[in-house]
Design a binder for this molecule. Sequence first.
Ligand code: FAD
Ligand code: NAD
Length: 403
Amino acid sequence: MSKTKIVILGAGYGGLKTLKKLQHENLDAELVLVNKNDYHHETTWLHEAAAGTLDPEKLIYPIEKVVDSKKSTFIQDTVVKINRDEKTVTLQNEGEISYDYLLIALGSEAETFGIPGLKEYALTITSIDSVKKIRARIEEQFAKWKTEQKDELLTIIVGGAGFTGIEFLGELTNRMPELVKTYDIPREKVRIICMEAAPKVLPQFDAKLVDYGVSVLEDRGVEFFVGKPVKEATADGVKFADNETETKEIKAGTIIWAAGVRGNSVIEESGFEAGRGRVKVNNNLTVPGNEEILIIGDCSLIINPENERPYPPTAQIAMQQADVATVNLAKLAKGETDLINFEYHEKGTVCSLGDNDAIGVVFGKNLKGYPASVMKKVIDDRALLQIGGLNIMAKKGKFKFYK
Ligand code: FAD
Ligand code: NAD
């Protein structure tokens, strides 16, 4: 009889952590991991590479460092579709692979809400390739200014003042002194504009923390357009609603779209019942009607019982879900049916404002400034340690704790 086959899709926070832990279970099962790249990337650090404050090499490590080849097989390929009736997954190059149990952890994609022009003209902070494009675009535009002298080349518009938008602005404004020096540009010619549809920046935090974060970024030259949703992106810039009746336009050389995410498109293409690409999973992380499939991370949706609203998709949740997915996949492989339920334990949230500054709430306590930025580095290093291990953390970790 062939061994039970567990297939894991995605080697991010959720998928790679589950594989690592399952390898320790010593199951009599075949473990297969599929990921489009042969490296794991720290999604939570992508904004740094986008702004050019961190070399992209620093936020990736080879998946083979985690895969134990005696227990698991790694397939580098792109998942195209999940065929639930056949219990197979279609891969771009390898064709179809079968599974007995499947874990989907394919992360997210940028949510464009159908706004015209975004797919064509805006860049997103979603992968190593996409953030390399952002860095190159800004540098290209700054280099062009010398010969073309068009000031809009120096305008950067960031759509969305959520966590990703704010963290990117923190890094970008930290890099700006070096950028203007390199390209010999007067600083006052550079415009960095953040457009936010909601009446408030980062509504998750209380007003004092938000005011601190906004004033830090404003002091570094960011202009906030709050309550002004982006309506269209064009080859020349952005159209936005200035008020209920009026639309205005700003010309810009670079447009970054950081206004939310949706679950990986593979979910909807495979016919799962989903909202914005996220499947409302059972408490034990299985899919209603397909209990041989578990979904974790940004492709899953879990309701917060305290307010009946979905938890925002975060690495913190994906990693906690990985712990439960490990237990449940091990039980399923052993033929046990008493699966355990997932319960989220919020430890806190920190939003960086560049390397030395941040705002956050940790274990219920508000933090801002340098102590918050130290906490953010500790959180980043912890993820490296838990998934990559001690050597990876020693090599890639953030240890510059001095101001
Ligand atoms: P990911 O970790 O994104 O992994 C998905 C994996 O699937 C990747 O390896 C990808 O290459 C692979 N993949 C995707 N599509 C395919 C395909 N078709 N075929 C094969 N492989 C595929 N959360 C926090 O808790 N704290 C933070 O500080 C934080 N900071 C963030 C900063 C930024 C800039 C961003 C963008 C997000 C941040 N988040 C943060 C959110 C967090 O990164 C995500 O919630 C988390 O990465 C989700 O984990 P995951 O395992 O679902 O997906
Ligand atoms: P988000 O949903 O947190 O924020 C998106 C922002 O874009 C919102 O404020 C929204 O009002 C705004 N927006 C939407 N449509 C708009 C429009 N047309 N014009 C202008 N603004 C518009 O999304 P995100 O920042 O992309 O983050 C994605 C997920 O990753 C979230 O769950 C977040 O919590 C998580 N994350 C966490 C951290 C952290 O913990 N440090 C960092 C980055 C991301």
